[in-house]
Write a protein that binds this ligand. Structure first.
Ligand SMILES: Nc1ncnc2c1ncn2[C@@H]1O[C@H](COP(=O)(O)OP(=O)(O)O)[C@@H](O)[C@H]1O
Ligand SMILES: O=C(O)C1=C[C@@H](OP(=O)(O)O)[C@@H](O)[C@H](O)C1
Ligand SMILES: [Mg+2]
Length: 378
């Protein structure tokens, strides 16, 4: 499980309703938002959460939502058919292992908070991500523990990573902290106040992405690169731009499968197409290249395993589903892009698989700018 460079958290003290905050962050390109409803009462939190989850579902599962503290609200949402992506539980909340047993929470990503070595060295085993903090004293939380600073963050990040838990720096962070926090091993920086103050949250996220790449190179010396993500995200275009700069061949799995994808869907059905697709990708992994996969390919666990076994770096081009639809909706060469609702539902269905790969957030940048940035920090 990988995290975006910024872990956005809503602020219930703002005049903007929580569901609207979530919507705006999603529109700006944030793939993940923590819904923090404190100090609103349970009823108001439940109402805003419901609105936010319904809107995100209708937008292809974007942004993914993490419910803060309230396991009860997560259970109710799951029972209503709107399971959030995750649930964050502080040290004073239900233990994650216990919360995991509540109805509808079996598959959620669970996070916890850690403030000291005893906590980050023994995180609850049900968690796949955890906060480390407070980094410094903050106004958002008056009752916080002693600040951990950069040394605490470094120790905490190493301890959590060794246990397979993604570390999130939290507490009074601004963009100026990003280079040092990513160098100290943070996977993501949690932000509340800095986001509220930002004139352009999308720019903030782009800058944080570059800071993370500077400390944690995105291509990581793989034999090749496999670009995954939904239809219309820009995988085929980015593969060409990236390959050129890396001096590798650009290979498009769809082009290798056959010249006429709609005809293959007609003749073989989707299951037949998927079998052909998996075989083709396996063949393409034989030699170093920048490989663009089709939008459905990453759902196949066999393909995910073969990409890893071939030593390719998988990158999820995490475009907003609605932006992708605006680009390719109705394209006669993409048989699964005929109707908006089913196109967005596919994005939602595939979301969980994509989160297994590190993400590249395009954030409105042209393909060449994306490729340039990836190669700069390789
Ligand atoms: N970063 C980008 N900014 C604007 N348009 C883009 C970007 N990436 C791709 N496109 C356009 O979106 C459409 C879909 O791109 P494509 O590379 O075919 O996506 P995919 O292979 O992921 O389905 C194309 O018309 C392409 O020119
Ligand atoms: O979403 C999908 O299942 C598909 C996406 C297409 O690739 P792009 O992601 O390049 O559109 C292509 O593989 C085929 O039409 C099926
Ligand atoms: Mg493509």
């Amino acid at each position: 499980m990988h995290l975006p460079p910024l872990y956005a958290i809503t602020d219930a003290r703002s005049a903007v309703p929580l569901a609207e905050q979530v919507r705006r962050l999603g529109e700006a390109g944030f793939p993940l938002v923590q819904f923090r409803g404190k100090p609103l009462d349970a009823q108001a939190q439940a109402r805003e959460l419901r609105t936010a989850l319904e809107a995100a579902e209708a937008a292809g599962g974007w942004p993914a939502l993490v419910v803060n503290d309230r396991a009860d609200l997560a259970v109710l949402a799951a029972e209503a058919g709107l399971p959030p992506w995750g649930l964050h539980l502080g040290q004073g909340d239900l233990p994650p292992t216990e919360a995991r047993r509540l109805p509808g929470l079996g598959a959620l990503h669970l996070g916890t908070s850690t403030h000291a070595p005893a906590e980050w060295e023994a995180p609850d085993p049900a968690c796949d991500h955890a906060g480390i903090g407070p980094f410094r004293a903050t106004a958002t939380k008056g009752d916080h523990a002693a600040p951990v600073g950069l040394d605490g963050l470094r120790a905490g990040a190493a301890a959590l990573r060794a246990r397979g838990v993604a570390p999130i720096a939290i507490g009074g962070l601004t963009l100026a902290d990003a280079p040092a926090c990513f160098a100290a091993g943070a996977a993501s920086l949690a932000m509340v106040g800095e986001l509220q103050r930002a004139a352009d949250p999308r720019e903030l996220l782009w800058r944080a992405q570059l800071d993370r790449w500077a400390a944690q190179p995105p291509l990581a010396g793989g034999r090749g690169v496999a670009l995954v993500g939904g239809s219309g995200a820009g995988k085929s275009s980015l593969a060409v731009a990236l390959a050129q700069r890396l001096g590798l061949p650009a290979v498009d799995a769809d082009r290798e499968i056959g010249p006429d994808i709609p005809a293959l869907f007609r003749d073989l059905g989707e299951a037949g197409f998927r079998a052909r697709e998996a075989e083709t990708i396996a063949r393409c992994l034989g030699a170093p290249c920048v490989l663009a996969l089709g939008g459905g390919a990453w759902e196949d666990a066999g393909t995910r395993a073969r990409v890893a076994a071939a030593g390719f770096t998988a990158l999820w081009l995490a475009e907003r589903p609605e932006t992708a639809w605006a680009r390719v909706g109705g394209d006669p060469n993409r048989p699964l892009a005929a109707a908006r609702a089913t196109f967005l539902a596919r994005y939602r269905q595939r979301r969980e698989a994509w989160w297994t790969a590190p993400m590249v957030l395009p954030l409105g940048r042209p393909v060449d700018a994306l490729a340039e940035a990836l190669v700069n920090y390789r």
